[in-house]
Design a binder for this molecule. Structure first.
Ligand code: TUI
Length: 312
């Protein structure tokens, strides 16, 4: 099977990193993905540092392979999380929903690789100057908090704007998506939605079922412009649509969304909770071990590459 620049950078076997999904990507999932040769990532979300410390310990109890922590920049615990990641010498940090600029020098000092998730060329250019190691270019097909551009449009523009490695995210669930990402100039992929249905993922079983049952048009963007979140349609998204009709304030939108990801992911209330998932949810058809997901993706990518090679 092939290797890419990403495998070298992160010291991993396969060019696949797992999305750092808040409340979903716990130590168990991250450990399984890393042990299988990808890069597992703990989604810190809004969790307090002691919870994240515990998730890191879980990973290290299972594997000594590299892994990462995703830092969500709207978390109330940003500074404590940065301190924790540095104290525990976490090999890789991915960042989301904000600019990690002021922390990059501290991560670099101890050799932690910094991979910001970005959805615009402007941010890529700014962060490249500050010494990040690679970019995760996330298109709006992804689940959760989204930017404006699709993966197909965003990835090549980021590739052209920087010499750093680019990882494609959003709309990728299988080997075809991985090869497409490579064609766009990426050196790997970040996959979230398919890993929700990994056996080792500790999210509530109802959440996995909701992803398994999703059809092509079952996701929708909720929230106010500039802060849209992609989720599976349910009772909560109908309430969001009703609220939009009334010309509600940003505060009212925020109040409707508060705590709803936990409600779905932990409590299993997938009707009133926020079931974040990408447009590829319909391509996820079974619960299977993380290692099997990775092997299937790599085997399919090999086949696709051979099929394309045969065109010559
Ligand atoms: O972070 C994500 N996706 C997420 S975070 C999340 S947790 C959540 N929970 C409840 C409600 C809402 C969210 C769910 N999904 N993706 C990474 C990402 N980050 N995409 C785009 C960005 C981004 C946006 C602005 C990165 C940087 C940025 O910087 C602005 C600036 O210039 O400072």
């Amino acid at each position: 099977m092939f290797k890419t620049r990403l495998c070298e950078l992160l010291q991993i076997q396969y060019p696949i990193i797992q999305g750092g999904m808040a409340w979903v990507a716990t130590g168990e999932l991250a450990a399984a993905v890393s042990a299988a040769g990808g890069l597992g990532i703990i989604g810190a979300g809004n969790a307090p540092p002691e919870v994240v410390r515990n998730e890191i310990a879980k990973v290290r109890a299972i594997t000594d392979k590299p892994f990462g922590v995703n830092i969500y920049y709207m978390s109330p615990f940003i500074e404590e999380l940065v301190d924790l990641v540095i104290e525990l010498q976490v090999p890789v940090v991915t960042t989301g929903a904000g600019n990690p600029g002021k922390h990059i020098a501290r991560f670099k000092e101890i050799g932690t690789k910094v991979l910001p998730v970005i959805s615009s060329v402007a941010l890529a250019k700014r962060l490249a100057r500050l010494g990040v190691d690679a970019f995760i270019a996330e298109g709006m097909e992804c689940g959760g908090h989204v930017g404006d551009l699709t993966t197909m449009a965003l990835v090549p523009q980021i590739v052209d704007a920087t010499d750093l490695p680019v990882i494609a995210a959003g709309g990728i669930a299988d080997g075809r998506g991985l090869v497409a990402a490579l064609a766009l100039g990426a050196c790997g992929v970040q996959i979230g939605t398919r890993f929700i249905c990994a056996e080792e993922c500790t999210v509530h079983p109802n959440y996995k079922q909701a992803v398994l049952q999703a059809k092509d048009r079952d996701t929708i963007l909720t929230g106010i412009q500039g802060h849209e979140v992609r989720v599976l349609k349910n009772k909560l998204t109908r309430k969001f649509l009703e609220l939009a009709q009334t010309g509600a304030s940003p505060e009212e939108f925020e109040a409707l969304g508060a705590g709803k990801l936990r409600l779905a992911a932990v409590e299993g209330d997938v009707e009133n909770g926020s079931v974040m998932a990408g447009q590829v949810a319909a391509m996820v058809s079974k619960v299977q071990p993380a290692a099997e997901i990775i092997l299937e993706i790599m085997t399919e990518a090999d086949e696709v590459l051979k099929r394309l090679g045969a065109l010559y």
